[in-house]
Write a protein that binds this ligand. Structure first.
Ligand SMILES: [Zn+2]
Length: 346
């Protein structure tokens, strides 16, 4: 090796070594930010790369809450990747204000429809086009978003399993309702943009996390029948804020989550029927909620120690999941209540 090459190699090692050591000690963090019945899930990898899935409602409150977690808690100076799972205001609403507060680099979605259905607000689509500079990537089932990786951390993969009401292996435009399974009773075709939600599976070593946005009943069934495309998972962001036209019991049972987190609001989502479904899944050890559902009884809510915000007037407390650097266990915390529990990866 010539002296210049040797010097370059030595310098590379000296530069990369501290990064590698740092990554080895850092967890994969997932923050479930309270946007009062919308969705905003922030992922920060051990190498410091970030992904925000959904941005809450078009209100300063939500942009500020996301900024607080991203900047003050996670120490980020920018958001590397932003996915809007679908075009409803409780998912895409916050991105315009947020992008004025912190730089957002790459944008992903299920595609901007040529003609907008009545449940999609044109104003929000226009705002999104401006902040993404018309350079968003339309995701298709089977796509994968690549994260920075190196040998010091377990393998990190981010796969798209559903988008535009089709799942991996289906042709674009395949029917939403596909009879499959003995106990599957389809619901009426969901014509809202919920059914088009991007559904993602994040894996980090043995840890598996599914976020299906607001996917509904019929598409959920296609994700697990005839083939279980998701597989058993550790962590489940309960679909559609815990609404009962989502979270088909066959689907939830097939996922066998150990921990379920409902991103509900005080009077939105967290339906009693969904709570009963989650309770009936033997593998689920803990159910967390961003809010106590004030529209139902205590029996339809998880214990207060697993609820980030008990009262309607709240501080917007978040839930944090930290996957250990070896990807073998994780801790779920409600920092506002100083409560945390450790779980083993399945
Ligand atoms: Zn929603």
């Amino acid at each position: 090796m010539n002296p210049m090459k040797r010097l370059f190699l030595l310098l590379s090692i000296l530069v990369l070594l501290p990064l590698t050591i740092q990554a080895r000690q850092r967890p994969l963090d997932i923050y479930f930010i309270d946007v009062e019945g919308g969705a905003a899930t922030l992922i920060v990898t051990p190498l410091g790369e970030s992904m925000l899935i959904d941005s809450g409602f078009p209100e300063d409150r939500d942009a500020q809450r996301i900024l607080h977690v991203a900047k003050d808690v996670a120490g980020l100076t920018r958001i590397d990747h932003y996915i809007t799972t679908h075009w409803h205001r409780d998912h895409v609403g916050g991105i315009l204000l947020l992008s004025k507060l912190i730089p957002v680099k790459n944008f992903y979605d299920h595609g901007i429809p040529a003609t907008l259905s009545s449940d999609i607000n044109a104003e929000q689509i226009n705002a999104y086009k401006i902040v993404s500079e018309n350079k968003s990537t339309a995701l298709r089932p089977g796509d994968e978003i690549k994260f920075l990786s190196d040998r010091s951390i377990p393998r990190l993969r981010f796969r798209i399993l559903a988008a535009n009401a089709v799942v991996v292996g289906e042709e674009a435009g395949a029917p939403q309702i596909k009879p499959c399974g003995d106990d599957f009773k389809p619901m009426e075709e969901d014509k809202t943009d919920n059914a088009n939600s991007v559904g993602v599976l994040l894996t980090f070593g043995g840890f598996r996390f599914f976020d299906g946005g607001d996917l509904t009943w019929n598409v959920e069934n296609k994700l697990v029948c005839p083939k279980n495309l998701v597989g058993p998972i550790d962590l489940f962001q309960v679909n559609h804020h815990g609404s009962s036209n989502s979270n088909n019991p066959t689907f939830v049972r097939a996922l066998k989550p150990r921990v379920a987190i409902i991103d509900n609001g005080p009077r939105k989502g967290g339906d009693a029927k969904t709570y009963a479904t989650l309770k009936s899944v033997p593998e689920i050890e803990a159910i967390y909620q961003l809010h106590k559902n004030l529209a139902t009884t205590w029996n339809d809510n998880t214990a207060s120690a697993f609820i980030a915000n008990d009262d309607e007037k709240c501080q917007g407390e978040f839930i944090k999941v930290s996957v250990k650097p070896d990807g073998r266990s994780y801790r779920v915390e409600i920092p506002g209540k100083k409560i945390g529990t450790d779980y083993l990866v399945r």
